[in-house]
Design a protein around this ligand. Structure first.
Ligand code: SF4
Ligand code: SF4
Ligand code: SF4
Length: 222
């Protein structure tokens, strides 16, 4: 078996929630680590005991209990956004590995329960704690896994394109700034560095938070 086909067989066993609980940045990197014998087979809580048994059989190694440091095997969860408190900061969208969250900057966000893998990666970044994980009341199927894998791969391609575009934009900006700065009549304030996209986002979030606090204060005063 070639290394790539072994990685593919391992990846086909993994549940593709892309939760990173194994300590790797998604199912495929964990599959690569397993194929390279760099990781144990017991690091995937969503795959649970069944997944461990399948990996043990494929890799011809002894079964192990799930590593508690990675988490526990629990029923499938789904994220729910309390839309009344969402400030539309988009941080959850950026954290979601399978594009299961719908929303736009400064507008409320919502989760598509059919696409949510229950990975809970959106919970921690939410600045107003308005995302909860609840029981999905259904099981994760192989069809869900196949769909999540495609969405995760499509997202990775999109993010790579965006990163390249941003890099090109910054390069163009620094070239223009260098040209501009050689002009003798340039006022001192024009040499101030342009805000990065990250700074602009941070300021937008701070502003949104401020507005949310003000709204809550007004509601409390009524
Ligand atoms: S489902 Fe989560 S823990 Fe399991 S392999 Fe994928 S990323 Fe790792
Ligand atoms: S909505 Fe949240 S829990 Fe669901 S897949 Fe996206 S990041 Fe994971
Ligand atoms: S991170 Fe929280 S506040 Fe920000 S858009 Fe998502 S749900 Fe709304």
């Amino acid at each position: 078996m070639t290394p790539n086909s072994l990685i593919e067989k391992i990846n086909a066993i993994l549940p593709q929630t892309q939760c990173t609980k194994c300590g790797y940045d998604g199912c495929n990197p964990y599959a690569q680590a397993l194929a390279n014998q760099e990781a144990d087979i017991n690091r995937c809580p969503p795959g649970g005991l069944t997944g461990i048994q399948q990996l043990a059989s494929l890799l011809q190694v002894p079964e192990l209990p799930l590593d508690p440091e990675c988490g526990t095997e629990i029923p499938l969860q789904v994220a729910v956004i309390d839309e009344a408190h969402c400030i539309g900061c988009t941080l959850c969208i950026r954290a979601c590995p399978v594009d299961a969250i719908i929303g736009a900057n400064k507008f409320m966000h919502t989760v598509d329960p059919e696409l949510c893998t229950g990975c809970d990666l959106c919970v921690a970044p939410c600045p107003v704690d308005c995302i909860s994980m609840v029981n999905a009341n259904r099981s994760w199927t192989r069809q869900d896994a196949a769909s999540a894998r495609i969405r995760h791969e499509q997202r990775a391609i999109r993010l790579q394109k965006l990163s390249l575009q941003e890099e090109a934009r910054l390069n163009q900006h620094s070239t223009q700034t260098a040209t501009f700065n050689t002009t003798p009549t340039t006022p001192a304030t024009a040499n101030a560095p342009a805000k990065t996209a990250e700074q602009i986002k941070k300021e937008a979030i701070a502003l949104a938070l401020q507005r949310a606090r003000e709204r809550r204060q007004q509601a409390a005063n009524k």
